[in-house]
Design a protein around this ligand. Structure first.
Ligand SMILES: Nc1ncnc2c1ncn2[C@@H]1O[C@H](COP(=O)(O)OP(=O)(O)O)[C@@H](O)[C@H]1O
Ligand SMILES: [Mg+2]
Length: 235
């Protein structure tokens, strides 16, 4: 089980889904048959009595796959909380087996899996089982999506350290402008510091993009995919 990439972030809202979508589109343009997975999605709103997993829907749309949604997103929960906490409140028992079996079924059919976590790498999936445990058990290397400004050196290095401690292969960091931010001194200086102190490649800096499909991020995502292709044999 190692045909894929686990997309994590230094926090929730750093742009994991946005980056995953960009990577999926760039990979598809390169002719790769790529399938997304969002093992657990929380904060799903209820429409006509059904939970709507917005990240999952976005990832499916970007990839164009027609797989059953229950394979791509085995668990969806209503509360905007860490999966283990939301599951407990909602009386849902999250089983690793169900996630693995869905991953196995999908990964057999595709060149590459793009798996998005929820929150950061130490967010709990269930009980004491964290997303870094899931990435490890799925044998997936990790890409970290970080914020651009002050505080991100600490958060990025902590994430890299936690991943390495677990024996995960960190493919690199992507700095993503999820908010419209002016480039001040922190934004200008942090990429180099994260790369040097973290000992990982800075894969790219994704600008704030109002309208998806704008040509600049497409170029950046293409470049990131090329860098990833050098690192992962199966990409
Ligand atoms: N580079 C970007 N440009 C513009 N908006 C972005 C960018 N990255 C993320 N966003 C927006 O920021 C919000 C959080 O991003 P999202 O990908 O959902 O984060 P996460 O998956 O890490 O929780 C979303 O509304 C998303 O569309
Ligand atoms: Mg997301």
């Amino acid at each position: 089980m190692n045909k894929g990439i686990f997309i994590t972030g230094t926090d929730t809202g750093t742009g994991k889904t946005f980056v995953a979508k960009g990577l999926i589109k760039a990979m598809r343009e390169k002719g790769l048959n790529v399938c997304p997975m969002k093992p657990v999605e929380t904060g799903c709103r209820i429409k006509n009595g059904e939970l709507i997993p917005e990240d999952t829907v976005k990832l499916i749309k970007a990839s164009g796959v027609t797989e059953p949604i229950d394979l791509i997103n085995p668990y969806r929960l209503n509360h905007p909380l860490a999966p283990s906490v939301a599951a407990e409140i909602e009386g849902v028992k999250i089983s690793r087996k169900k996630i693995f079996s869905a991953y196995k079924k999908l990964s057999k059919k595709y060149d590459l899996m793009i798996v998005e976590g929820a929150g950061g790498i130490m967010a709990p999936v269930y009980k004491k089982y964290l997303f870094l445990d899931l990435a490890k058990d799925l044998n997936l290397p990790v890409v970290i999506v970080s914020r651009p400004g002050l505080g991100t050196i600490n958060h990025s290095l902590l994430t890299i350290e936690a991943a390495r401690n677990k024996g995960l292969n960190v493919l690199g960091v992507i700095i993503n402008y999820a908010l419209k931010t002016k480039k001040g001194l922190p934004e200008k200086t942090v990429p180099e510091v994260i790369e040097k102190l973290g000992g990982v490649p800075l894969l790219g800096v994704v600008p704030y993009t109002k309208k998806h499909g704008n040509s600049r991020p497409i170029k950046i995502f293409n470049r990131i995919v090329s860098l990833l292709q050098k690192q992962i044999v199966s990409v």
